[in-house]
Design a protein around this ligand. Structure first.
Ligand code: ZN
Ligand code: ZN
Length: 190
């Protein structure tokens, strides 16, 4: 298990993800159109999307992610009133991660928020799959080691259940104990 340093690109928002290993999370590239819309809504200095329109994400238990500084720059965008909470650093428009509501125990940390870490590849492990490749801007390379959709869904579901049973939705840098988002989300469609 390793610690993963987290930082926005300008360095004002920083944090740590604890107990990270390839087995401890789900390392995927999401090609869905909502992730692409979020990426286009930010003015990040470094690219968020890969050449296929995918967003590299490490899905981890919510309670393993802590912000150590710059929380005044924490901001949140929802594409629709009931959409995912898409967190970012408003100092430099670095995407931080995606969550559901405050009782769901996971966050998908977006690669731009993962600081340069020694052994990044060993800590995150290989990408397991391109998720929803039908939304990719061009067909992503699906190699033989990638998980099938059913296998990935099973892995995500069993991890979520385990995190839920162990109460990993708290403590959270993003939701208070009552499950309320720590900052008011902007709604993109309004
Ligand atoms: Zn920043
Ligand atoms: Zn997505």
């Amino acid at each position: 298990m390793a610690e993963l340093k987290l930082s926005c690109q300008c360095g004002k928002v920083q944090g740590i993800a604890h107990d990270v290993s390839p087995q401890a999370g789900n390392h995927v590239i999401c090609c869905c159109d909502d992730c692409q819309t979020f990426a286009h809504a930010l003015k990040s200095a470094t690219p968020i999307l890969d050449e296929y329109g995918g967003t590299e994400i490490m899905q981890l238990p919510m309670s393993s992610v802590a912000l150590s500084q710059g929380t005044e720059h924490l901001a949140c965008l929802r594409l629709k009133p009931k959409g995912l909470y898409r967190w970012y650093a408003d100092c430099c428009d670095t995407p931080i991660g995606n969550t559901m509501h405050g009782r769901m125990p996971f966050i998908g940390i977006i690669h731009n928020f993962i600081a340069l870490n020694d052994k990044r590849e060993q800590i995150l492990g290989p990408v397991l799959a391109y998720w929803l490749p039908q939304f990719a801007s061009r067909p992503p390379p699906i190699n033989a080691k990638h998980y099938s959709k059913a296998r990935l869904l099973w892995r995500i579901a069993t991890k979520l259940l385990g995190w839920k049973l162990r109460g990993k939705h708290q403590p959270s840098a993003f939701f208070d104990e009552k499950g309320k988002a720590r900052v008011k989300a902007k709604i993109l469609s309004q």
